[in-house]
Design a protein around this ligand. Structure first.
Ligand SMILES: Cc1ncc(COP(=O)(O)O)c(C=O)c1O
Length: 430
């Protein structure tokens, strides 16, 4: 048993750890703690391990590269795996996006995308959305509005950033239909242009094509398409943050494909290197050409070991037909969650695309059920299921299973979840 308390003085308390788990090893959909206890892992490094823990193909690629070279800095030299990784990303990227700048973590890529948009347009303004999460660097914090505590105490943040409404139920008058949400959110954006931020001063609109941490909120297609039109009309670049929704999670390679919209710039991260830290800014050759040599950089980005892992991920996606699995088991999960919503009145919404799914919990009087959600999560953990919350009010349960998960694994987790929901519901009902 590891004595966590003994290590406490040595580690910053900044991380909002939700468990005391000390993890020893992982394999596929499972984790084992240092006491040998096994957990079905529906967190997967916060939607990172798309192929599960230590996928054999990824591990083999990493081991082979480790035996050759760890780094010589991609800032100075080139490596074959990284060159090839960029070419392969171009093959799966939407439209004529296909020129990549590699970095290490999601927030760093978001900062890069903002810099690229400003460099290309010569304009200062960035419009982001309420409910969005883009990361923790100063730049990414400045465009994040999924929780005011993420911004608290950090002013002045990066300037030139305005927020507008995402077509999410919690951001509009209650009971709005998808069409009403779309009109409401578009009206807010038009108001922002009219009253506050002239569109000709806006470099980019930055949006998650599906809000992740904000609650796995899928916007109506008409909204996304109209945002694209407004960008075209005003010479504004559209940046999609695909860090969580990209790499197959929604059942298409990138989430943008669900809406038939191609962004000008996208940020990628999380799942792209099978568990190793990686991110990227991907754009068109024309937009990327605004970044002359030295205008952006970084010591570690494009690391050859990470690139080798990234190539293995792309190989596995193609050869194991991961997207088909996401759509098949995602539909199964969706049906099961809809059925749970019928069974348990504390579940008030079941939503998502592919394996990017969430349920929302609320009290019977309609008040947000963040405490119910925490009780469900604790009960699941006690029973061997590790889960992840989401949502501005902390009352969403997001399913971040591996994308190669099986119906049998889903059934195993759903059985635990059903028991936990029964316990928590019986307390709520009294
Ligand atoms: C959509 C999105 N963008 C950016 C980030 C930040 O990524 P990182 O934590 O790797 O900096 C996240 C992390 O959850 C995310 O979900």
């Amino acid at each position: 048993m590891v004595d966590l308390a003994a290590y406490k003085p040595y580690l910053s308390p900044a991380l909002a750890k939700t468990t005391d788990l000390v993890i020893d090893r992982g394999e596929g959909s499972y984790l084992w703690d240092t006491d040998g206890r096994r957990y079905l892992d529906w967190v997967q490094g916060i939607a990172v391990n798309a192929l599960g823990h230590r996928h054999p193909r990824v591990v083999a690629a990493i081991k082979a590269q480790v035996d050759k070279l760890l780094t010589a800095s991609y800032n100075m030299v080139s490596y074959e795996p990284t060159l090839e990784w960029a070419r392969r990303i171009a093959e799966v990227a939407p439209g004529d996006l296909g020129t990549t700048f590699f970095s290490n973590g999601g927030a760093e890529a978001v900062d890069g995308a903002i810099k690229l948009a400003r460099a290309h347009t010569g304009r200062p303004g960035i419009i982001a959305f309420k409910g969005s999460f883009h990361g923790r660097t100063l730049g990414a914090t400045s465009v994040t509005a999924s929780n005011a505590k993420y911004r608290l105490g950090y002013d002045p943040l990066v300037g030139g950033i305005d927020f507008t409404t995402y077509p999410a139920a919690g951001q509009a008058p209650a009971g709005y239909t998808a069409d009403e949400l779309t009109d409401f959110a578009l009206g807010q954006l038009e108001d922002l242009f009219a009253y506050q931020r002239a569109p000709q001063s806006v470099a980019a609109i930055l949006m998650e094509p599906i809000q992740g941490e904000g609650g796995y909120v899928v916007p109506p297609t008409r909204f996304v398409q109209r945002v694209r039109e407004l960008c075209d009309q005003h010479g504004i670049l559209l940046i999609f943050d695909e860090i969580q929704a990209g790499f197959g999670r929604t059942g298409t390679f990138f989430a943008s494909e669900n809406f038939g919209v191609v962004p000008d710039i996208m940020t990628i991260g999380k799942a792209m290197a099978g568990g190793l830290p990686a991110s990227g800014v991907v754009s068109t050759p024309a937009i990327m050409s605004s970044w002359g040599p030295g205008r952006h950089g970084g010591t570690f980005g494009g690391n050859p070991v990470v690139a080798a892992a990234g190539l293995a991920v792309l190989d596995e996606f193609a050869e194991a037909d991961i997207l088909t699995n996401v759509n098949t088991v995602g539909a199964y999960l969706s049906d099961k969650l809809d059925a749970l919503m019928q069974q348990f009145p504390i579940i008030t919404d079941s939503r998502g695309l592919g394996l990017m799914r969430a349920i929302e919990l609320n009290h019977l009087d309609g008040s947000p059920g963040g405490d119910l959600l925490e009780a469900v999560r604790r009960s699941c953990l006690d029973k061997g299921l590790f889960t992840l919350s989401c949502g501005v009010k902390g009352n969403g349960l997001r399913f971040a299973t591996p994308l190669n998960t099986t119906i049998a694994e889903l059934d195993e987790g759903l059985e635990i979840l059903t028991t936990a929901l029964s316990e928590v519901t019986s307390k709520e009902v009294g």
